[in-house]
Design a protein around this ligand. Structure first.
Ligand SMILES: C[S@@+](CC[C@H](N)C(=O)[O-])C[C@H]1O[C@@H](n2cnc3c(N)ncnc32)[C@H](O)[C@@H]1O
Length: 334
């Protein structure tokens, strides 16, 4: 009972209540929260510290950035979500905070959009700076071919490269991207290789205009590190996945290359296995042991997760795995 009382005491202050409502809308940095609240950074930091101590917010550092998000676990996490739900959206202060947050997100999206637009044509070259593409693509192809999907969705398809390599293995492939410029390049690429079972269309990974349970495989390749709400993107991917489908996520392991933020619009510097596993479970999927493809300086990781019906396991369960992989996964979950 004591932890609930301290959480209630911590949130019983207007700015702190506003902070938990804001952090329920995505992972935000101190400087973003400072801009929204219009208060000094030391003051906002002090409020954030109290909310983290009361376990209402989670704090995580990535290089020089610190993110805050609403706690998702335990009774205090539940309390935090209930408090947010109880807040009146039409309250003038909360409505103003939301409008300011929306403006910040729009600005962020414009910056990322400008980056993608500038780089659409050279994306293949940029990607090859980080990883040995052939190795990743071969591993991905093995995983998807083993799952034998009929309908495949590629979220954040970019120039359509994943469709190019995976579409020959499926009946129908669809690529979604938020950038018209990227899609223009993708359409040219898909026409060039004559993939008639494939299409690309404009869309947002947080709100796919697609029905529930409509794909057997969903791929998100090198997209999550741009996301400000990666867990929400995974949940949306899980929504469109059939009960026996497979979700395949490809991104970087945690790293410290800050310049990828400054020069390449990355928001996250890679992801820990445990973090991805938790998001998959929260989306109702059963995560499998990840596959690490070490590179210099970046390691690419392929995470897969399946609908509970496909594995016969509940989302909380850890599937049987080779000993080393299981040990690593369990080690990180502790
Ligand atoms: C680094 S590229 C990766 C493209 C492709 N998956 C590949 O590996 O070749 C990231 C892509 O994610 C797209 N993207 C970023 N945020 C998105 C969103 N919210 N919805 C849809 N696409 C998004 C970008 O437009 C960009 O094309």
């Amino acid at each position: 009972m004591e932890h609930l009382l301290s959480a209630l005491r911590a949130v019983a202050e207007p700015t702190r209540l506003r902070l938990i409502v804001l952090c329920a809308r995505g992972e935000l940095t101190v400087s973003e929260l400072t801009q929204i609240l219009g208060q000094s950074q030391p003051r906002v930091s002090r409020h954030l510290k109290l909310l983290c101590e009361a376990a209402l917010l989670d704090r995580f550092r990535e290089g020089s950035w610190v993110f805050y998000r609403l706690s998702q676990t335990g009774p205090v996490g539940l309390l935090a979500r209930q408090l947010v739900a109880a807040c009146d959206e039409t309250d003038p202060t909360i409505a103003l905070d939301r409008r300011r947050l929306a403006a910040i997100k729009r600005r962020r999206a414009e910056l990322a959009g400008a980056y993608f637009a500038e780089n659409a044509a050279q994306w293949h070259r940029i990607r090859s700076l980080y990883v040995e593409e052939r190795v990743v693509e071969a591993a991905l192809l093995d995983i998807v071919a083993a799952a034998d999907p009929r309908d495949l969705l590629d979220i954040g398809t970019g120039t359509g490269r994943m469709i190019e390599i995976l579409a020959p293995r499926v009946e129908r492939a669809l690529g979604i991207d938020q950038s018209r410029e990227m899609l223009a390049v993708a359409r040219v690429n898909l026409e060039r290789v004559g993939l008639e079972n494939s299409a690309v269309r404009l869309g947002d990974m947080y709100q796919l205009a697609l029905p529930d349970a409509s794909f057997d495989a969903v791929v998100i390749h090198q997209v999550l590190h741009y996301a400000d709400r990666p867990a929400a993107a995974i949940a949306e991917a899980a929504r469109v996945l059939r009960p026996n489908g497979i979700l395949v996520l490809v991104d970087f392991a945690p790293h410290a290359l800050e310049y990828l933020r400054a020069e390449h619009a990355h928001r996250r510097l890679g992801f820990a296995d445990a973090e991805i596993a938790e998001w998959c479970r929260a989306a109702g999927l059963v995560p499998a042991p990840p596959r690490h493809l070490p590179g210099d300086p970046l390691t690419v990781v392929i995470w897969t997760a399946r609908g509970a019906r496909a594995t016969g396991l509940s989302p909380g369960a850890v599937p049987v795995a080779p000993a080393a992989a299981t040990a690593r996964l369990e080690g990180e979950l502790r």
